[in-house]
Every structure is written in C-alpha cells, then in structure tokens.
Ligand binder design. Structure first.
Ligand code: R5P
Length: 296
C-alpha cells in the first residue's frame, strides 16, 4: 500500500502512514500565480493500492482539483486501486435540489472522483449518510463513512464532561448525540433548526431541557459560520446550563465563527484533525488507518 499525503492533509496523511507503519510518499505540488495547481507523483504506483489523503477545506475547489489530479495521475500510471481519503468532503451539504434547477453538487463531485479512477472513498461524518448511499448505489466507487463522535466524546469525558448532557442543534444530527451519550452517559436531545434557503438565516426552536446547573455538550458534524452552534449554546446558557462545550468533527474556521461561539458561552470548542485548526485536539488518524487495514 502506498500512502500519499496530499497538500491539504500533510499532517493527517503522515499520522495515518505512521499508524499503518508505512513510509508516506511525497507529492510534488505548486500553485501557479493564476491559482492553478501543479501535481507530480514522486514514486512508481504500477500495480499498487494507492491511498491519497486530501481533505477539501479551506478553498474547496482547488483542494478538490488537486485530489482529482493526484487520483487521475495514479490511474494513468497503473495503480491497481485508488482509495481517496477525504476526511471532510466539500459540497456534501448540497446533496439534493432544495430549489428548482439547483446543481446537485455532491453527485457531480462523486462522478468526477469515479472518472478519475477512485475505487474507494473514505469520509468522516459525512453530512448525510443516506444521501451519499443513494449516490453510491449508481456508481462504482465504494463509500466508507466513519464516525469520529466516540473519539470526541471520550476526549470530553476525560476533560471535565463526564456525565454531561448531549444536544444536537437539529434532528439531522441526532445519530451523533446518540453515539455521544453512549460515552458521556447523561442522555441526549435535539433542537429544531430551520434555515431559509434563500437568505441562509437560521431559526432555532430550543425545547426546555431541565438543564439548569448541569454540564452539556452541543455536537454537530461541522461548524462553518458558527451561527448554528452559537444559537444552540446560547439557548442552553439561557436555560441555566453550568458549562457548555461545542464539539464537532469538522471546523471550517470561517472568520468570526470562533468569536460568535465563545460569546454565546462555549468552553471549550473541540474538533478533530479532518481539517487542521487550533481546535483539532482529537486525531482521526487511527480510525482511518483501521479502516484502510480492513479494505486492503
Ligand atoms: C447543517 O445542517 C450542518 O449540520 C451544520 O449545522 C451547519 O452546516 C453549520 O453551519 P454554520 O456554522 O454556518 O451554522
């Protein structure tokens, strides 16, 4: 197996290779002044299973393009299988046409991966498992969707949140809080969130949770602008929660997001290294390495 840490996941790619006990293979990479990417593989890949680790944020379009260039080059030079490890898969939220004539972005991404020779796609807490499974059913790429939630919950349990209550900001993330409460142990619930499809404005209905004086964790798959997380934290603080943590798998680290969430009262903000940020306290390297052993 050849592990290639792509330009956007150098740290995680090296940690995965280390967990697998293999030497990571560097990729030569440059970005030209007009924004185009140059990619060159540095070792022969003929007949090999090639694992490319490349997350797709920040700058999703260029990170995706680099991924496609690496995968297609591995295919052109005779790789047997190509496993794309894309811990954060951009465009996964546009997994259906919410308004008439919208692009079905996730399907387009999937088609491009398939055309580039990708045989397996490893993702972590993809936005909606059902959508990716529906798309997978019409293609040859096999999807492996891993969950970092037990790792996040274990970290919180050891760092002051044992027996904390788990809350998700919307019903879609309920599977996340169920898994978290298996570790933290004090039950779970969800708020009701709706987003205006044209303006992006969020409305949240926070039910009364009898949370006064208790510790709580808001779990979500991702933090982007921070609006969703901030609203959920605020609601818990208003209901008298003692200490509230904000935990998610992917932090996109948009300008202003941290301030919004801290102002709402979150302490700490916790994330994984699917996208490196100052909040990446939990690594998904071991989780991904285990999956790669299984599919090799
Ligand atoms: C959406 O349903 C997701 O699960 C997240 O709640 C959302 O993408 C977070 O975005 P933001 O931080 O911009 O509110």
């Amino acid at each position: 197996m050849i592990v290639i840490p792509g330009p956007s996941s150098l740290g995680l790619g090296w940690r995965i290779a280390e967990s697998l006990g293999v030497e990571p293979q560097a990729v030569e990479h440059r970005v030209f002044s007009d924004g185009e990417s140059y990619i060159r593989l540095t070792k022969p890949v003929t007949g090999e299973k090639v694992v490319i680790v490349q997350t797709t944020a920040p700058n999703p379009d260029s990170k995706l393009m680099q991924l496609l260039l690496m995968a297609r080059t591995a295919k052109d030079f005779g790789a047997k299988d190509i496993v794309a490890v894309v811990p954060y898969l951009a465009y996964a939220r546009q997994d259906r046409r919410f308004l008439e004539m919208e692009a079905l972005s996730l399907d387009v991404i999937f088609k491009m991966l398939e055309a580039s020779g990708v045989t397996d796609l490893v993702v972590v807490n993809i936005h909606n498992e059902a959508s990716i499974r529906a798309i997978e059913a019409n293609h040859k790429v096999k999807v492996h969707n891993l969950s970092a939630v037990p790792l996040l919950a274990e970290y919180l349990k050891k760092n002051g949140f044992d027996r904390a209550y788990s809350i998700s900001p919307d019903k879609g993330a309920i599977y996340i809080v169920k898994a978290a409460s298996d570790v933290l142990g004090d039950g779970y619930n969800f708020f009701e969130k709706t987003r205006d499809r044209k303006t992006g404005e969020i409305t949240m209905v926070a039910k009364n949770l009898n949370i006064s004086g208790r510790r709580a964790v808001v779990f979500d798959d991702m933090i982007s602008s921070g609006g969703t997380m901030a609203k959920a934290i605020e609601a818990l603080k208003l209901q008298g929660a003692d200490r509230v943590a904000a935990a998610c798998t992917h932090v996109l680290y948009m300008p202003g997001a941290e301030e919004k969430i801290r102002t709402a009262g979150a302490d700490p903000i916790l994330s994984t290294d699917t996208i490196e940020s100052p909040f990446s306290k939990v690594s998904v390297a071991g989780l991904i390495a285990n999956k790669l052993r299984e599919i090799s």
